[in-house]
Design a protein around this ligand. Structure first.
Ligand code: HEM
Ligand SMILES: CC(C)=CCC/C(C)=C/CC/C(C)=C/COP(=O)(O)OP(=O)(O)O
Length: 306
């Protein structure tokens, strides 16, 4: 062996894996598409909180702070789930799972995002929003990812509360207080989360079983899960009508919520009848379209109604 080869530094895990680390890996850790949908719901929470449009500083800095803390929670999820993620095909290429980003670097990244997010919310928004957002981070990264995910098939039902918080966070950023109408929006996302996730869990059941995660289809089978998807879809349909029933929204929203909700119920019935992995994946995809469209419709209704 020549001298020059002997003195070469040892390859880093990244070089060893033949991959180059890029800013995209750090972005991926923050689950940007999930956070984007959350921010859509927090923006709409802000716009519904008052007549007219809130100050742009609240819109920009409020959502920035919420997104930074949600992103930080997602980064911690990658670190806590490092081993689990290496087992599942869907997640095994993630930056921490492959070793492209060391857990300690990911945690420094998460701490930085969370600190900046808290600073923005504390200084420019209000303390209530800052503490509620931090509680959501702890709820998802700590309570759900560390404990519930491995403990019970009801993991995502309870843990879903953290992900359902953004419309309330947007609302409190504008008003500084928790109000009933904001809680209705939280309730909608809370009821939406189980059918959203269980549809995917049916599609990926074998992987969750391999990883030893007690998701409902693994512990109770597909038929039981499909029945619960249908029951939650029906509950979601009922809950989604509450903004109309309470006078928060008008006729445009009512029609939108009925059409979107009945379509969700239709998907759930097809799933229950067919027990088909493809239908499960389509139901999961529809769940995202559903939530996005429902929130856009409630916003359109708000501006037409007032
Ligand atoms: C505990 C609650 C939740 C669980 C367990 C959950 C679970 C998941 C899982 C496992 C995926 C697949 C990700 C992938 O393919 O890598 C996913 C995707 C997604 N989720 Fe959720 N979710 C939850 C709450 C939410 C919430 C509250 C939102 C937004 C308001 C949301 C929006 C999305 C979006 C937009 C995607 C697609 C992401 C993509 O295309 O990469 N989820 N969810
Ligand atoms: C501050 C705030 C609003 C916090 C919310 C944080 C947040 C990003 C929640 C996301 C919900 C989600 C994608 C759960 C999937 O986790 P999983 O571990 O079951 O799925 P995975 O296997 O894809 O990682």
């Amino acid at each position: 062996m020549s001298e020059s080869v002997k003195t070469l530094p040892a390859p880093s895990p990244v070089e060893a894996a033949g991959q180059t680390l890029s800013w995209r890996d750090f972005l991926e850790l923050t689950k940007p598409r999930v956070v984007a949908l959350m921010i859509l719901t927090s923006v709409i929470g802000m716009l519904l909180a008052m007549p007219g449009v809130p100050d742009w500083t609240v819109l920009v800095l409020g959502n920035l702070g919420i997104a930074l803390l949600a992103g930080a929670a997602a980064v911690v999820n990658h670190v806590v789930d490092q081993k689990v993620d290496t087992v599942m095909a869907r997640t095994r290429k993630r930056p921490v799972a492959t070793g492209r980003i060391a857990p300690v670097d990911a945690m420094i990244f998460a701490a930085t995002l969370a600190a900046v997010g808290m600073l923005v919310l504390m200084v420019w928004i209000n303390h209530l929003t800052a503490w509620l957002t931090l509680a959501s981070l702890v709820g998802y990264a700590g309570v759900y990812t560390l404990f519930l995910k491995r403990a019970t098939p009801q993991n995502i039902v309870i843990g879903g509360l953290a992900g359902a918080m953004p419309p309330l966070l947007g609302w409190t950023a504008v008003t500084g207080q928790i109000e009933g109408h904001a809680l209705l929006l939280v309730l909608i996302i809370f009821a939406w989360t189980p059918p959203h996730f269980w549809a995917l869990a049916i599609h990926r059941k074998e992987e969750y079983a391999k990883a030893g995660i007690p998701m409902l289809p693994v512990t109770h089978g597909n038929s039981y899960t499909e029945l619960h998807i249908l029951l939650y879809a029906l509950m979601l349909l009922a809950v989604s009508l509450l903004p109309f029933v309470t006078g928060m929204s008008g006729g445009i929203y009512l029609i939108g919520a009925l059409v979107l909700g009945l379509r969700f119920v239709y998907y759930a019935i097809r799933l229950l009848k067919g027990d088909d992995r493809r239908v499960a994946l389509n139901t999961f995809k529809y769940s995202i379209t559903y939530l996005m469209t429902l929130f856009v419709v409630i916003l359109v209704d708000h501006f037409v109604f007032f």
